[in-house]
Design a protein around this ligand. Structure first.
Ligand code: AMP
Length: 281
């Protein structure tokens, strides 16, 4: 496995690596969710293609300095996990490699980025789009795998690729969960033991509310009320948002006629967790 930090070295190495190349962009602190994406990348690249993982805690997508500072960075463990999972190349640049001091070009998506997570994290998706576009241009990957856990991010990246004719195929991978239902996240390690024990309530609340659909409920209001009631049983979390949105436009819906998403973001102290359920009428 090749590990590179410099863009020039990356360009050199890429010349010799076989195609197709499948890229898995991450911020590191790799868990089973990331490893599932890497395995999917191997399936897409084939045994003779190249699987590349980027590990970069992208400062541009953080809206809070404390979140950026406290983001876990176990780089040696991450490199070992990549090696074990059959990755061919890891790109883990310093921020100075990715951004010139006078960096002044930003990729901003203007329709989906202001909703949901974008409403509470100003500038977040511009940071995501800019770094992901830079990675696409550096790697010229045939495929890139993203987790559906960050469904808004996935929708925005698909939109960017569509609107800017980026020559890459985007693959979404289902959310990987802990046995108790909590969606795996690099931020889970920042929860106290009491918060960690409480956190599966997010998935349970969304799942319980989504079950109303099976009883024929199509109105957003009782579904949201059920999720809110369930989340209200936790004394440790604070809801950032709880929304029922159209799966394509991410706009709030009052009635479920088309595929929809019940999405939540919750704070445990300063740690913000997201999760969602897909609802199909
Ligand atoms: P991150 O390192 O959190 O930026 O995530 C890197 C990639 O892994 C993104 O495409 C995420 O959507 C994906 N990912 C993170 N957690 C999970 C999970 N629990 N299941 C599936 N994909 C995930």
């Amino acid at each position: 496995m090749i590990v590179v930090g410099k863009i020039e070295t990356l360009r050199e190495q890429l010349k010799a690596l076989p195609r197709p190349l499948c890229l898995v962009p991450t911020m590191g602190a790799l868990h089973e969710g990331h490893l599932a994406l890497i395995r999917e990348a191997r399936r897409l690249a084939g045994p003779r293609g190249t699987v590349a993982v980027s590990i970069f805690v992208n400062p541009m997508q953080f809206d809070r300095a404390d979140d950026l500072e406290n983001y876990p960075r176990p780089l040696d463990e991450d490199i070992a996990s990549c090696e074990r999972t059959g990755v061919d190349l890891v790109f883990s640049p310093e921020a100075g490699q990715m951004y010139h001091a006078d960096h002044s070009i930003v990729i901003r998506e203007n329709r989906l980025s202001g909703l949901l997570c974008g409403a509470s994290r100003p500038g977040h998706f511009a940071g995501v789009c800019t770094v992901v576009m830079k990675l696409f241009l550096l790697f010229r990957a045939e495929f890139a795998v993203f987790g559906k856990k960050d469904f808004q991010q996935l929708a925005i990246i698909r939109r960017m690729v569509r609107d800017l004719n980026v020559p890459v195929e985007i693959i979404g991978h289902p959310t990987i969960r802990e046995p108790d239902g909590l969606a795996m996240s690099s931020r889970n390690v920042r929860l106290t033991s009491a918060q960690r024990a409480d956190a599966p309530i997010i998935h349970r609340a969304l799942a319980a509310a989504a079950d109303l659909l099976k009883t024929g409920e199509r109105n957003a209001e009782p579904i949201l009320a059920a999720a809110k009631h369930h989340l209200g049983k936790s004394e440790l979390l604070a809801i950032d948002y709880l929304s029922l949105v159209d799966a394509a436009t991410l706009e709030s819906v009052a009635m479920i006629h088309r595929p929809a998403i019940l999405a939540a973001a919750c704070f445990y102290g300063r740690v913000r967790l997201i999760d969602h359920m897909e609802l199909s009428p």
